[in-house]
Every structure is written in structure tokens, then in C-alpha cells.
Design a protein around this ligand. Structure first.
Ligand code: ATP
Ligand code: MG
Length: 460
């Protein structure tokens, strides 16, 4: 177990290490790539560390580019789907005065110093590549052991490390979720004590980690870890009251509290898009505020989707979602209670499409199915299937007068009438008839009907 599979290492990686070591410097593969290699996972993101200065690295790689802030030289790879290689000179870090990144980055003098500033033991291993392409794992902080135990544990004292950089707490949950690992006990209890420091981290970075948690193979595990570690309380407090709200009620099928239903819905969300997953997670977030128990014992959540969409908008603003993301989140939450009643009119269905946005219909249905499954219902019902068919049918029909297969000019020509009010009146009448399904949207039929309408109008 945990042997390095050499064929997972691309040729470019061997070449890069070779060029640096042949010039007389040390060079190691570090970070997530080593961890992923040992787990037998492929990785696209290769990081290197070296005792050479950025200037010396640039001597070796003439077209490398230097990022001054991090002391990193980037090397773009041609014809490769790998991320640019990042070669960073040994570093130590000092003086974290605001719980986020150090005040200054200082050069370190050894590999050991460099790996000791890294966040978790499983991220602190280095891989040495010999001249004969042999590989050796250098493990100063028992990363291999934690990899075996499937544990996320800070390098050094957890409190100190999280106070240095509070983002590490989100990274702990994110990496644990991605790998299906547990957070080691002391590390987790330190997160519980220090979670509030996450407020010092930029919202963009918090959201980025949240998105990675949601994109993981088991996002529910991630949300549960956010809750148990106390981070949810800081970044998404709106979610927590839902776990206190019971939905058991005469004549209703719900058996779980709202929060558990939300987690079960997320578990059943078939989209991989973090935004759709997030919308699924919070779709009932308006229920705690709208919760009522009638004298009959019946539990109601009247208008919870309206209240929920307002909460969603606030969350999106706080966590700095993009404009598109926040609009879409709002719509998915606002309209998730859409009715699939077979007796609704075409125009009602059309209104639904306009509200949700044609481009979001597929994801709206995905959320609905996740909601059904998360509530213990079957994946679909005949009504939902009929509704899906009508969504397609209705979209084949015109949405506005402009979509009619005849124009005002066509009418003026065919009826021999001048521009004026009558043209508009006839067009609108044609449109209502097409929309009601009484008339086909074909020019011949439309013109025939237009002539009848013209007669009617001139008689009145
Ligand atoms: P992935 O690339 O899969 O997201 P990763 O572990 O490679 O995971 P990166 O953000 O690429 O994460 O960081 C590369 C390495 O840099 C990490 O493995 C870790 O050793 C170190 N590192 C990253 N962020 C921090 C941090 N906030 N504090 C300390 N070390 C960090
Ligand atoms: Mg990485």
C-alpha cells in the first residue's frame, strides 16, 4: 500500500526535476501531488520546491515567469492538459498578524523547513527523484502514517497553525471531504475553538473552498463536517435552524426534520454543478421562519419558497457569488414548489418557464427530483412526466406576438389594409388563439383566420 506508481508521473515532471538537479540544485515534488500519487490518484497540479532562487530557476527555464508575491516561478507546458508547473524556493513563514497569510514570506534554507510550514501532515511529504529516475518519499511529519489512517492532522500545534491562517480550517474540511478522510481529533477540536477566525478570510476564498466541498463525490459528508466542526455556524448559519424543525404532520409524507431532508435531497442531487447542489441543499431554508402548527396538528410552511429565496439572495451576496450564480440560486429556490398539476393552462406553464428561465429548467427539474427522493418519494410521478412533456410542447409554441409566423406587414399586404390599430388588434387575437391551442402557428392558417377576424371587426 502507498507505493509510488511511476507511470502516474508525467515525463515533463522527470524532465523538470532533472534539469534543476543537473544544474546542481536540490529539487523535490511537494504538496498535493505527492499525496495523490501515494493514493494512486492522478493529479494535474504539480508543485516543486528547490534551494535555487527564482533568478537561478529562470536561468534554467528561460520562458518561465516569476510571481513575486509567492516567490514562485511558473512554467507553462506545451501540448499538455497539466496545470503550469510551479517551482517555489524553500520558504519559511513568519508573523501572521491577521490570521491570513504571512506578513512577509522569507526564504528557508532546507526542505525540512519548507515542509514544516505546510498545512497538514499528508500535504507535507516530498518526493525525491534520483538520477536513475528512482523515487523516494521524504516524510518529516508522519504523513504516510496519517495517509494510512485516513486522517487530516495539522503539522505542529493545531491552534497555532489555524491562528496563522484560518483558511486552513476550511481546507481541512475540504480535503477530508474530497479524500473521504476524517479530521483528527485534536485538529477538529481546534477548529471548533477557532472557527470564528474564518471571518478574517476573504469571502471569495471561503466560497471557493465551499464550492470544492460541494463538488466532491460525497458533498453531504462535507456539509456534515462543516456542521460538526462549527464552521457552518460561521459561514452558513442560516442552515442550522432547519435541523430543529419537525415536519411530521397528519396527512403529510415527511418523516424527517427539515435539515435532514435537505441533506437527503443533496445526497440525491444528480447534478455535479456546485451551484445546483447548493440550491438543493438550501431549497427549504425558508421553512424555519414560516413554520406553523394549525390547531388540527397540521404543520404548514406557507410561502417558505418566497422567504427562502430572500435568504438565498442574502447568502449569495455575503459569500460574493457572481451575478449569474446569485440570480440562478434565487430562481431555483423561489420556484422549487412549482405545480405539476395536469389541469394547468399552457400560459401557466409558459409563465413558469419565463420565471425560472429556459436555461435553468433542466436544473430546476433536477432539484425537484432530488427533493422528491430526499423526501422518500419515488423519483418521478406520472404527473411530473406529463409536466416535462408539456414543458417541451409549450416551448415549441410561440411565446409572443413576435413569434407568430405572420408579421404586421404580411397582414397589411394580404388584407389590403393600411398600417394602423387594426393590424395590432388582429395580431393579438391570432396570438391568443395560437396560445390557447385553437389555431396552428402556420402562415396559411393564420392569414385565413386574419381575414375572418377582419370581417368580424368591420361588422362591429
Ligand atoms: P489540490 O491541488 O488537490 O487542491 P493541494 O494540497 O495540492 O490540493 P494546493 O492549494 O495546490 O493544495 O497547495 C499545494 C500545497 O501547498 C499543499 O499541499 C500544502 O502543502 C501547501 N499549502 C497550500 N495552502 C496552504 C496553507 N493555507 N497553509 C499551509 N500550507 C498550504
Ligand atoms: Mg495542488
Amino acid at each position: 500500500m502507498h507505493k509510488i506508481e511511476k507511470n502516474l508521473i508525467p515525463k515533463e515532471v522527470f524532465d523538470t526535476v532533472g534539469k534543476i538537479t543537473n544544474s546542481g540544485y536540490e529539487c523535490f515534488i511537494v504538496g498535493g501531488a505527492v499525496r495523490d500519487l501515494l493514493l494512486g490518484r492522478t493529479t494535474r497540479d504539480w508543485d516543486f520546491t528547490t534551494n535555487a532562487t527564482p533568478e537561478q530557476i529562470l536561468e534554467i527555464f528561460k520562458d518561465g515567469y516569476y510571481n513575486n508575491t509567492f516567490g514562485t516561478v511558473g512554467i507553462a507546458l506545451e501540448d499538455s492538459d497539466l496545470e503550469p508547473f510551479e517551482i517555489t524556493t524553500y520558504r519559511t513563514e513568519s508573523n501572521y498578524s491577521d490570521n491570513r497569510r504571512p506578513d512577509k514570506v522569507s526564504w528557508g534554507s532546507s526542505l525540512e523547513e519548507d515542509v514544516s510550514r505546510r498545512d497538514f501532515t499528508i500535504n507535507s511529504m516530498a518526493l525525491q527523484i534520483g538520477p536513475d529516475s528512482s523515487t523516494e518519499v521524504i516524510d518529516h511529519h508522519h504523513g504516510l502514517e496519517d495517509l494510512k489512517l485516513k486522517l487530516i492532522r495539522t503539522v505542529g500545534d493545531a491552534d497555532t497553525r489555524f491562528k496563522e491562517d484560518a483558511l486552513r480550517m476550511m481546507r481541512a474540511v475540504r480535503i477530508a471531504t474530497e479524500l473521504g478522510f476524517k479530521i483528527e481529533e485534536k485538529t477538529e477540536s481546534s477548529i471548533k475553538h477557532n472557527a470564528e477566525l474564518i471571518n478574517n478570510i476573504s469571502k471569495e476564498r471561503v466560497k471557493e473552498e465551499l464550492w470544492k466541498i460541494l463538488a466532491a463525490p460525497n458533498p453531504v459528508d462535507g456539509v456534515e463536517k462543516l456542521i460538526s466542526s462549527g464552521i457552518c455556524q460561521i459561514i452558513l448559519p442560516e442552515l442550522l435552524p432547519s435541523f430543529e424543525i419537525d415536519q411530521k404532520s397528519p396527512e403529510r409524507h415527511h418523516i424527517d426534520d427539515v435539515g435532514t431532508h435537505l441533506l437527503k435531497s443533496l445526497a440525491n442531487c444528480r447534478s455535479h454543478d456546485p451551484l445546483v447542489r447548493f440550491a438543493t441543499l438550501i431549497h427549504d431554508i425558508g421553512k424555519p421562519q414560516t413554520h406553523k402548527i394549525l390547531s388540527s396538528g397540521v404543520v404548514t410552511f406557507y410561502n417558505h419558497e418566497v422567504v427562502g429565496s430572500r435568504i438565498a439572495a442574502k447568502i449569495a451576496e455575503r459569500l460574493k457569488f457572481s451575478k449569474n450564480e446569485s440570480t440562478k440560486l434565487f430562481k431555483l429556490v423561489r420556484w422549487h414548489q412549482f405545480t405539476v398539476d395536469e389541469n394547468q393552462t399552457d400560459s401557466a406553464i409558459r409563465r413558469f418557464i419565463r420565471n425560472v428561465g429556459v436555461e435553468n429548467i433542466e436544473d430546476m427539474l433536477t432539484l425537484r427530483i432530488a427533493d422528491r427522493l430526499g423526501g422518500g418519494a419515488r423519483e418521478t410521478s406520472w404527473r411530473l412526466e406529463e409536466f416535462k412533456k408539456r414543458l417541451i410542447e409549450v416551448q415549441k409554441q410561440p411565446f409572443s406576438v413576435r413569434d407568430l409566423k405572420v408579421t404586421g406587414n404580411d397582414l397589411m399586404e394580404a388584407l389590403g389594409i393600411p398600417q394602423g390599430k387594426a393590424v395590432g388588434i388582429i395580431l393579438n387575437k391570432l396570438f391568443s388563439k395560437v396560445e390557447a391551442g385553437e389555431l396552428a402557428n402556420e402562415s396559411e392558417e393564420l392569414l385565413k383566420k386574419a381575414k375572418e377576424l377582419q370581417l368580424e371587426i368591420s361588422r362591429n
